[in-house]
Ligand binder design. Sequence first.
Ligand code: ADP
Ligand code: MG
Length: 707
Amino acid sequence: MSDPGVSLKELENRALTDLHGVGEQTSASLSKVGINTILDLISYYPRRYIDRSKEATVDSLQSGEEGMVLVNIEKVRSRKMRSRKTLVEVTASDTTASLKLVFFNQPWRQKQLKEGKDAVVFGKADIYQGKLQMTNPIVDLVGDRTGRIVAVYPQSGIAKLHSWDVDRLVAEALRRVMKVRGFADPVPSEILKRYRLVDRSSAYKGIHRPDSMNEVAEARRRLVFDELFRIQLELLQRKKFIEKNSIGIIHSNEEGLIEVFLERLPFDLTNSQKQVMDEIGKDLQKETPMHRLLQGDVGSGKTIVAVFTILKAVQGGHQGALMAPTEVLAEQHYLGISKLLEELIVPDSTTLLGDRPLQVDILTNRTSTVERKRISRGLEDGTVDFIIGTHSLIQESVSFNSLGAVVIDEQHRFGVEQRAALKEKNKDERIPDILVMTATPIPRTAAMTVYGDLDVSVLDELPPGRIPISTRWEADDTLVWKSVKDEVDSGRQAYVVCPLIEDSEKLQVHSAEEVFNDLSQGPLKDLNLGLLHGRLDKEDKEETMRSFRLGEIDVLVATTVIEVGVDVPNASIVVILDAARFGIAQLHQLRGRVGRGEHPSQCLLVGDATTKEAEERIKAMVRTTDGFELAEVDLELRGEGTVMGERQKGRNDLRLASLRRDKEWVEIARTEASGVLAERDLTSNKELSEEVTLFLGESEADYLLKS
Ligand code: ADP
Ligand code: MG
């Protein structure tokens, strides 16, 4: 490459006023739609394209039917009607016939529709007074562009920006770039070759001024790749940086504790559990701290993996912490785990026999002051091996003798700040290994983009013998309570989930109380009912959960407080009232409260679907119990905005790429980015590195990693 072309960074530094005819006013208009530099301008992509050879002709329009035609504007007339509203009448035509356009109460059309301009109009054709006419059609002005394919840009009435303005400016910008040196292409040419990607000059030309729709497609492939590639480079670069700059603990590979623990489990591990433990085991033996996300559908047995991870640390004389999102869950983990670890022995050279019983404790807001003191001391001197608490555990002032592994249950956000907080827990500032577990299924490619700085393990197998939950959609609750009674009669238990009322816990509690009263006086009056919601105080919550676990309560009427983690294998039916209000992820979690034992279970989704989307959600729930499949449906229905969530703010580099449509490109970008970084630091490719910083500059990248 003798003459490096123009880089995107150079274009970022060029003001719009460098272009012909761009003065203060145009500049201000452009700024309103976020175009401040030449780079912004050429990244302002067409909304769609009009293929002139494919548009319908005016003479083929059918009265009473919708159609889209490209016409030339011949005459524009405006007049006031008796109602004092403005009527704009336009005569337009193509080579086949003429068409009248009528706009009611849109006086600005007179200025917009200049005689001689070309416009694409879309609307319902009618015959009025013997003439073909469209009333209030949608109009896209395409200016006097020639050529077969016309790009239509997003237009903005407020900014007084028309498609042809953008078209003209982009054309000039591109002409200038091409006249000098063309675009620089910092992406290694092997990569371009491997995927038959066009070069950057062709890509920008093809997306803005294509000669065929095929050219648009080629251009899009290239630009989509660029967007995703930059994100992956940034994420992987960060990951490498963190790994290089943090010192963790090399955990021993001795089996002792683990072996005893696994032997005592009343079941065999699933292959998936074995595989994940293997991945974690390898991470733990490295000096770089593990930072791994474990995705596992509800009931896939994540807890065992958590205990395994912590025991690995304990085996080598370190400590482990397991953090849960709620106290109810922390308590449940404590009960379950202390039973699993009963009578386990850990090495301790300070004792006479050289060992002592493994010590598990729980620390929550309910822990008494005396207990709290004892536990804090134990954590500090290393005699408490395994601590269970809520997520706030890391914020507390407790310090550890040597915190070796941290498992965070039911959370997938764990950012830079929390990691930093953990660093302070150890005197020698060694960072513990971190495992983040979530049952919220995220499609693989979305996970790669959103959690690109983590390693990801997946538990994609349920323990054997689980009977798939059967799910029914009931328009009303006539048949529902009979099903609940039948289950209770055969010794099982039930959940009734109350309608979700967004943004008002108070109303939600109110509705839960109402449901509870109605049921206990009406259809379920012979059964023992319990009520659980967020406003109860902790003792009452615990008490209710305890009696439900013990089987003293037959039916637990609850709000979404039971959404995650609650594990009562005897419960075999969950009724979700007003199911249309819940999102897919939530419905899936709630359904996951049953089907956790040997009993066939049911999930009844009650109520009408209020929207088409709600109907799709419920139908998907009825169709499948596979969390990953449901996650795909969710992504399909809601778009990636929700997956990227807050992370989408700021300069969004995903302009063309879609995590949904461009799945295979996410994977390709990941592979190629990791290939580039495996060889050397990104800084050795100055252009590429500059470009990543340009799009995902310091603050953007921090943003991606935090939240
Ligand atoms: P989750 O992944 O939803 O947190 P849990 O860890 O709570 O799942 O496990 C759900 C249930 O499955 C528990 O009762 C647990 O004891 C049981 N379990 C876990 N692993 C296995 C296995 N390999 N075989 C049989 N049962 C298992
Ligand atoms: Mg769990």
